[in-house]
Ligand binder design. Structure first.
Ligand code: NAP
Ligand code: SF4
Length: 672
């Protein structure tokens, strides 16, 4: 078979070691790094990706000292007794045929604790703690701590380290005047501001020898004001190369930046242009990153010469066998990362273990395991939404016979709504994956088929994943022609006027607002348009690579309403909610809380806000008021003595949520 991805699967010779391909599993905190009792699980997590063919991996960040903690008692490698637990990670990865570097991350002023330090005493907008300014002796000690951490990593058996110099953490804080206002040898002019990373790399190389990988993660696009200029970044890259780095990885955006960098509405490969800009300036290999999720995207980046290697973290959570599947011509079976952040980054921010919405086994490799098959059974799964698909494919993988009933003409359930929302084009991929997986595992799929109690007789067990129906309103005029459900609008394409009120500001209300205010095709499919909207400047005229955002105007006037007092959107997911709120603000959507709905009539939507009655003169009122479970079959099956299980929205509609649905479906499928 010919090589389907010649650039992606080409080896990379680093002089003292040759990587088998151009895939780097980028650093991502999983929550398993913080306690040594979890290192066995962490080792299993990395070992699965090593067996899956990843060329090189990087751990989540480990602090070189206490001041550099991300949060109290978080991951740190600074003492000889910290080494032993790491050995099992390195051993497991090597046994799986992989290589792994430890990331050294000093949080600086992003440290969520009172012991944090920074170049200057300037608080970050994203933590409540004001850092202490490091003394010059403190800077020297910090460099020694980085070097020591690298030496300990080598002792633990790692193949190298990544020195985290981007994303607004300590090193990045030294590089930018916005956070470095020192007047000693570590601040002021450019040479002084750049001294810290150069010294760290130079002294680390001296300490670890030539045959140890040093990746330096270089902030190529800060996306905040008063940050680095492009010529400064080039000068730093050259000196990092001279100081002994093996590879330079790309960092995009400080954590406090107000430009989205990794969420699903960011176009694929939106930032590889900045890596390419640096390529002709240095000679060591460059790694690019952000919103690269599938082999054809990665192959094109490498074929176009934007970089020498691609970094992906979340896509390898979603599918540990990503590389092996790409190599074997089985790309159609890659479980896609949809960049939702729901089970990975959102969990980490909530101090929970990371996993993956599409792959609930991620970080649970030793726990969410298939039960041995005692007897092959025949299951009926009713409903081909995320819950039903996860359950059907898991049952079939274990060797059970599975018949999947779906009353509509397509699989995917609620994901078929999501894929129509501008900025959520990525939601097409799960259906590609599940469709191919159903065929691969020989699931008998019956589309356009409404299951009945009678048609479900004869199976060993029935799994009801019948989903939800939209909640309807009970106010006067709820049946007025102006009133539409979100299904009417998004799925059935009913015409919508220029002035619109949306009742309900949950995830779907926000999605519908985006649907109604974005012009087609969505900017997510066009890097230049998207960059223009959010103020990302490819010409790099200003520090930080920012320019004034220039959102495209909406053709509609939209009100997004909720009964709960306060601004809508507070309950959206942590790492993506702010993007949805900012996107709608750019479109002029009026978001109101504390609204009482009175009635709908020819005049529009009658509401009371702050005790004042008013009429919103709108052409349409779109109801996005949550859902009710759809589970009529359940009672019938019970009455007929048929073993039945409820999963997904049919089980708990109030928590209609793909993450919960897929996890529940997978767990049940692994157990029955
Ligand atoms: P939801 O998040 O529960 O929101 C329902 C909205 O309807 C709330 O704003 C609620 O606000 C309002 N509401 C509830 N009962 C009502 C009633 N009787 N009359 C009028 N308003 C009522 O549900 P959803 O928007 O349908 O989303 C469902 C799930 O889909 C979410 O939980 C999420 O997991 C997922 N989802 C997420 C996203 C995202 O994060 N971007 C996008 C799509 C879907 P008040 O009670 O304050 O009026
Ligand atoms: Fe990707 Fe979402 Fe899974 Fe995170 S939870 S790895 S963003 S699919």
């Amino acid at each position: 078979m010919s090589n389907p991805y010649p650039h992606l699967l080409a080896p990379l010779d680093l002089g003292f070691v040759t990587l088998p391909n151009r895939v780097l599993m980028g650093s991502m905190h999983t929550g398993l790094e913080d306690h040594k009792r979890d290192f066995g699980k962490l080792a299993a997590y990395f070992a699965a990706r090593a067996r899956g063919g990843v060329g090189l991996m990087v751990t989540g960040g480990f602090s070189p000292n206490i001041a550099g903690w991300l949060k109290p008692l978080s991951s740190r490698l600074s003492m000889p007794w910290h080494v032993a637990p790491h050995k099992q990670i390195a051993r497991a990865v090597h046994a799986g045929g992989g290589r792994i570097c430890l990331q050294i991350l000093h949080a600086g002023r992003y440290g969520y604790h009172p012991l944090s330090v920074a170049p200057s005493r300037i608080k970050a907008p994203i933590t409540p703690f004001t850092p202490r300014a490091l003394s010059s002796g403190g800077v020297e000690r910090t460099i020694r701590d980085f070097v020591r951490c690298a030496q300990l990593a080598r002792e633990a058996g790692y193949d190298g380290v990544e020195i985290m110099g981007s994303e607004g953490y300590l090193i990045n804080q030294f590089l930018a005047e916005r956070t470095n206002q020192r007047s000693d040898a570590w601040g002021g002019n450019l040479e002084n501001r750049q001294r810290l990373p150069i010294e760290i790399v130079r002294r680390t190389r001296e300490a670890v020898g030539r045959d140890f990988i040093i990746i330096y993660r270089l902030s190529m696009l800060d996306l905040v004001d008063n940050a680095q200029r492009w010529d400064e970044i080039v000068a730093l890259a050259k000196q990092i190369e001279a100081a002994g780095a093996t590879l330079i990885n790309t960092g995009i955006g400080w954590h406090e930046a107000r430009v989205p960098t990794i969420v699903t509405s960011v176009p694929r490969a939106a930032f590889t242009w900045v890596t390419k800009k640096l390529k002709s300036e240095i000679s060591i290999p460059l790694i690019t990153t952000n919103r690269i999720n599938l082999p054809d995207v990665a192959e094109k980046i490498l074929a176009d010469g934007d970089a020498d290697m691609v970094s992906m973290a979340r896509p390898l959570l979603a599918d540990p066998d990503w590389v092996n599947k790409a190599s074997a011509g089985r790309t159609r079976l890659i479980n896609p990362c949809i960049a939702c952040n729901q089970a990975c980054l959102d969990h980490v921010f909530e101090n929970r273990r990371a996993s993956c919405l599409m792959n609930p086994r991620a970080c649970f490799e030793t726990e969410l395991v298939d039960a041995p098959l005692a007897r092959k059974k025949h299951f009926a799964v009713v409903g081909a939404g995320p819950a039903g698909l996860a359950c059907a494919t898991t049952l079939a993988q274990r060797g059970h016979a599975v018949t999947l009933f779906e009353q509509s003409h397509e699989i995917g359930g609620q994901f078929n709504l999501a894929k129509r929302i501008p900025g959520k084009e990525e939601f097409v991929e799960p259906m590609r994956y599940w469709g191919n997986l159903l065929a691969e595992r020989a699931v008998d799929v019956r589309l356009d088929t409404r299951a009945t109690v009678d048609s479900l007789r004869g199976y060993d067990s029935v799994i009801l994943a019948t989903g939800v129906t939209p909640r309807t309103l009970s106010i006067p005029g709820a049946d007025h022609p102006k009133a539409l459900s979100y299904l009417d609008v998004v799925l059935h394409g009913k015409p919508v006027g220029r002035r619109v009120a949306i009742i309900g500001a949950g995830g779907i209300g926000f999605d519908v607002a985006e649907f109604l205010t974005q012009s087609a095709p969505s900017p997510t499919t066009d890097i230049a348009r998207w960059s223009h909207e959010w103020g990302v400047d490819k010409t790099y005229a200003n520090r930080g690579g920012l320019t004034k955002p220039a959102p495209e105007a909406s053709e509609r006037e939209v009100w997004l309403l909720q009964r709960t007092p306060g601004t809508p959107g507070k309950r959206l997911h942590k790492t993506t909610g702010w993007v949805h709120r900012a996107a709608l603000k750019m479109k002029g959507v009026k978001m109101l809380g504390g609204v009482a709905y009175e009635r709908i009539n020819d005049a529009g939507l009658h509401v009371t806000i702050d005790g004042k009655a008013q009429v919103l003169d709108v052409d349409n009122v779109i109801v996005c008021a949550g859902q009710e479970p759809q589970r009529e079959l359940y009672d019938g099956l019970k009455a007929a003595n048929i073993d039945a299980h409820l999963i997904g929205g049919a089980d708990v509609a109030a928590e209609l949520d793909a993450k919960r649905a897929i996890e529940q479906g997978t767990r049940l499928g692994a157990m029955l």
